[in-house]
Design a protein around this ligand. Structure first.
Ligand code: SF4
Ligand code: FES
Length: 252
């Protein structure tokens, strides 16, 4: 059992059309070894014991892989600390007696479902618009490992592929732009030979879908890169811009 006492201020919203408000939740017996989500589990146990409605929040893997957890903590996506997700944030980052504000991602394209849970299916639709390679997997195929790939391209493609689709970039961007996410998903494919044949079509389709979903325009503030738990580089946005421009001028 821990001995930290905290004053939590948490966003409660019954449903997408409810106005929502911050509510106070004092918690005690918090251990510094708990993750932020475990601390919320303890709070929810208390809330349920009192017969009230537990706080809804997204989580799945709880080890920084799935991208589900998504809390704005004290005004920062995924809370204090760089290169970690909310589930990897530990209570030792806070002090006994702290007041902690917990809010959902705020973005037009990520409507609140309930409390701290938002609907991020707009990301799925961007991915489905072009985030794939079309390969006929029957017949005589060249083994993937037999295709030479420059080491720096392979490394950059891998870095881009570490994007977990959490949406912290969108929530942090003052314009609510999804450029860092989209650029990561475009780069991970277009840097590799297997992704090149469809690169123009992919860039056009994914950017078009991004705009349709109501994400804002990128104005190069760089906030997304700072709060991204996977340290996705702005360099990928520059690549997407180049690919998009090239695709636009040579559009059939
Ligand atoms: S680019 Fe970073 S912040 Fe944005 S969705 Fe991917 S992992 Fe999350
Ligand atoms: S719960 Fe999967 S990344 Fe946090």
């Amino acid at each position: 059992m821990g001995n930290m006492k905290l004053n939590l201020k948490i966003w409660r919203q019954a449903g997408p059309n409810d106005k929502g408000q911050m509510k106070d939740y004092p918690v005690s017996n918090v251990s510094e070894d708990m993750s932020f989500l475990e601390m919320l589990d303890v709070l929810n146990d208390d809330i349920v014991r009192k017969g009230d409605d537990p706080i809804a929040f997204d989580h799945d893997c709880r080890e920084g892989i799935c991208g589900s957890c998504s809390l704005f903590i004290n005004g920062e996506a995924h809370g204090p600390g760089k290169g970690i997700t909310t589930c990897q944030l530990h209570m030792r980052r806070f002090k006994d007696g702290d007041t902690i504000h917990v809010e959902p991602w705020r973005a037009q394209a990520f409507p609140v479902i309930k409390d701290l849970a938002t609907n991020r299916s707009a990301f799925d639709r961007i991915q489905a618009a072009g985030g794939f390679v079309s390969i006929n997997t029957s017949g005589n195929l060249v083994d993937g490992n037999a295709v030479p790939i420059p080491k720096d391209h392979a490394d950059k493609a891998f870095d881009a592929a570490t994007c977990i689709g959490c949406g912290a970039c969108v929530a942090t961007c003052p314009n609510g732009s999804a450029m860092l996410f989209t650029a990561a998903k475009v780069s991970q494919l277009s840097l590799l030979p297997q992704g090149k044949p469809e690169s123009k079509r992919r860039a056009l389709a994914m950017v078009e879908q991004m705009d349709k979903e109501g994400f804002g325009n990128c104005s190069n503030t760089g906030a997304c890169e700072i709060e991204c738990p996977k340290n996705i580089s702005l360099e990928h946005i520059a690549r997407l811009n180049r690919e998009y421009l090239a695709a636009t001028v040579t559009k059939e």
